[in-house]
Design a protein around this ligand. Structure first.
Ligand code: GCW
Length: 688
């Protein structure tokens, strides 16, 4: 027994009314045998089939003739039986990762065929089939054709090597035990399985902060920012086994690297990207990496951001910096992911990424991807989408979401991010005329969607059993952003908690409504944000309310609230294309949920239904707490229907969440009252 949860790969016994059909089609499996991915497929069947069907699988090296039915997994090239049963051209037309799942008649037997043009696709197809059985769907008439929407579907770990802390991670220490490599842990494989089962095809193993930032407040948790050391030769050698674990599941490995590596690792006296020796150093280092890991994905760099070094140290720009490193990766087909998370030089941080990067469109090398957070501030409960989306047509862009809940309750609150991601995906940027939603971007071979990871050593992996849903949902939504929130959520609940309909409905409802509740109690719901405690200790900050700390983010004054980001203000709204820019520019058309992000308004300003801004903020704060209580009570109805361990854990978390939501409500309401002097017309906010 592992000391950690199986998450959604529990493979509980299939529903009785489906068992016969599942057994007939899947107990005998004929699986191609040529690659690491296919050995992973066989292992997965060995795990899943006994548990789902109560029978050991029979694994064949040729089509079984007397089984009466079987499962076949392989490419048409691997297996004649597969080539006979499906259109080889159709398989060949699928993109990398795509697969077909078909129920066919073959030589008098009924068979399920999983096929794909690449072995990675066979891994995904197998997990897809196992998911269908886990949720109780029929498989006797399958006609599934799937392809991933984006070529790159990555997890960025913010794990700090050696120290084993996870920046913004709430599931315990890092699962990666670097000091013990090349020794491997079973947990690596189980993690790779979780990721592959939802279609993730790349992991960046270490934190983008690769060096302890020289900030005065740097505390104990920052003490071992040694990520840059992973480029040292002996570290790279020790890593190859871990890389192979991921490779079996179709996942490529990447590293975050420090811009000043030529100095830190190479002992040079400069990291100037235009210096010949520096460029040569990067070339040799990349050659060394690819010698050890031929399918290495590439590097990720956080440069000139929050104390990390970058090209500005040498009066160079982001293009100079990125292209120098990209040139070293290029001969190996490696990719450089370069983050656009920059702030500090502008009074309103929101405008800076666009100001910095948009003018550089077209200048980045072909193997550079500029990685942009979903919103212009920093993973707040709700933000407008980044103005960079659609604004750099000549540049490969990546969209960065946060799976972990840095600002949404830190693994204590149950805050489901999928509805937020859907809002981002569906947002029409008008980049290419009306009908250019965010989800239609990032479709190039060098583009994709990245999630900041959330797992750690904890039994729950994510610090909260319900928050495993965010990791699951990220993978599924990034595989196909058109799949509905309801569908993805229900899939997760069924695989994780079984098919008791009361549990499925209740957990789905809790997840669905959790995000709006969090927005209400943490912000007041009109587009305000970043009112959390920013104290010294990394592991404490961004959790408690502390609205007085950074007034610039919410613009609270005696005369009003909100930040003017129109053309008369900081100029963020006009960075969008029309009609989006126009919509945000005007108080009349700006959507209420973002009103105070774009406008500084008097407390007594009347909203469309006649309620004042101050009153609406109070109302939302109270509604957020009531909603959280309702969600807690909903969970309470599941006592006895969910196993005791998970039931208790989530129930305790909910008690803490309600208490914390009340703290947020009371602190923000008092703060708004103190500055506005506007009493709550329902008398709930103390006016003394
Ligand atoms: O918001 C900040 C986080 C930092 C993080 C940074 C980033 C990894 O609070 O912890 O550093 O974003 O995205 O680089």
């Amino acid at each position: 027994m592992n000391d950690y949860d199986d998450c959604w790969l529990r493979y509980d016994r299939a529903d009785a009314d489906r068992l016969d059909s599942y057994r007939r089609l899947c107990r005998h499996a004929y699986v191609a045998e040529k690659s690491p991915e296919l050995s992973a497929v066989r292992d997965e069947l060995r795990r899943a089939i006994p548990s789902l069907l109560g029978d050991d699988p029979h694994l064949w090296q040729h089509p079984p003739s007397t089984a009466g039915g079987f499962l076949a997994i392989g490419t048409p090239d691997d297996m004649r039986m597969v080539a006979d049963s499906v259109s080889v051209d159709e398989v060949g037309s699928l993109t990398d990762g795509g697969f077909l799942l078909r129920t066919v008649e073959w030589e008098g037997q009924r068979c399920v065929v999983v096929t794909a043009p690449t072995d990675r696709g066979l891994v995904y197809g197998t997990f897809h089939l196992l998911r269908l059985m886990s949720v109780g769907d029929p498989i006797d008439d399958l006609d599934v054709r799937e392809e991933p929407a984006y070529a790159n579907r990555l997890i960025d770990h913010w794990d700090t090597p050696f120290h084993r802390s996870v920046e913004r991670g709430y599931g315990g220490e890092s699962i990666f035990d670097w000091e013990r490599l090349p020794d491997l842990r079973e947990r690596y494989e189980d993690y790779a399985r979780l990721l592959a089962s939802v279609g993730i095809n790349g992991v960046v193993l270490n934190n983008v902060n690769t060096e302890k930032p020289p900030r005065p407040s740097a505390s104990e948790a920052f003490d071992a920012f040694e990520g840059w050391q992973l480029l040292e030769s002996q570290r790279l050698e020790a890593m190859t086994g871990l890389v192979s674990v991921f490779r079996r599941y179709g996942i490529r490995t990447y590293l975050s690297v420090n811009f000043a590596s030529p100095m830190l690792v190479g002992g040079l006296d400069t990291a100037d990207p235009l210096d010949d020796e520096v460029r040569e150093w990067w070339r040799r280092k990349a050659d060394e990496v690819y010698d050890l890991i031929p399918d290495f994905g590439g590097f990720l760099v956080k440069a000139d951001s929050e104390g990390q070094p970058g090209p500005y140290d040498y009066d160079r720009d982001h293009v100079d910096g990125a292209n120098a490193i990209a040139a070293a990766l290029e001969p190996h087909d490696g990719r450089l992911w370069w983050r656009a998370f920059v702030y500090g030089s502008h009074e309103d941080r929101a405008v800076q990424a666009y100001d910095t990067f948009e003018p550089l469109d077209g200048e980045f090398a072909d193997n550079v991807t500029v990685q942009v957070k979903n919103g212009p501030i920093d993973f707040q409960p709700r933000e407008p989408v980044s103005t960079l989306f659609g604004a750099m047509p000549e540049t490969d862009l990546g969209l960065e979401f946060q799976i972990t809940g840095e600002y949404t309750g830190q693994g204590v609150h149950a805050t489901y991010h999928l509805p937020m991601w859907e809002e981002v995906f569906e947002f029409d940027t008008h980049a290419d005329g009306a009908g250019t939603p965010v989800k239609s971007l990032f479709r190039g071979d060098g583009e994709g969607v990245v999630g900041v990871g959330s797992v750690g050593e904890d039994h729950t992996w994510t610090g909260h059993y319900l928050m495993q849903s965010n990791l699951y949902a990220f993978g599924r939504a990034v595989w196909n952003p058109d799949r509905s929130v309801e569908k993805i959520t229900e899939e997760w609940v069924r695989q994780t908690f079984g098919s008791d309909e009361a549990v499925v409905d209740t957990v789905s409802e809790i997840l669905r409504d959790s995000w709006e509740a969090c927005i209400d109690y943490e912000t007041g719901g009109l587009g305000l944000m970043h009112m959390m405690y920013n104290g010294e200790a990394l592991l404490e900050n961004h959790y408690d309310p502390s609205p007085g700390e950074w007034p610039g983010y919410h613009g609270v004054t005696e005369d009003g609230v909100g930040v003017d980001r129109t053309s008369a203000g900081s100029g963020y709204a006009p960075q969008y294309r029309d009609p989006v820019a126009e919509r945000y520019e005007s108080v009349e058309t700006c959507p209420e949920e973002l009103l105070l992000f774009f406008h500084h308004l008097p407390w007594e300003h009347e909203l469309s239904d006649g309620t004042t801004v101050a009153q609406r903020l109070y109302d939302n704060l109270f509604a957020g707490v009531e909603e959280t209580e309702r969600l807690r009570d909903l969970w309470g109805t599941l006592e006895g229907r969910v196993d005791e361990r998970r039931y208790r854990h989530v129930a305790e978390r909910f008690d803490e969440q309600v208490a914390q939501a009340e703290r947020w409500r009371d602190t923000l309401a008092a703060y708004f009252y103190e500055h506005s002097g506007v009493p709550d017309e329902r008398g709930r906010v103390p006016s003394e």
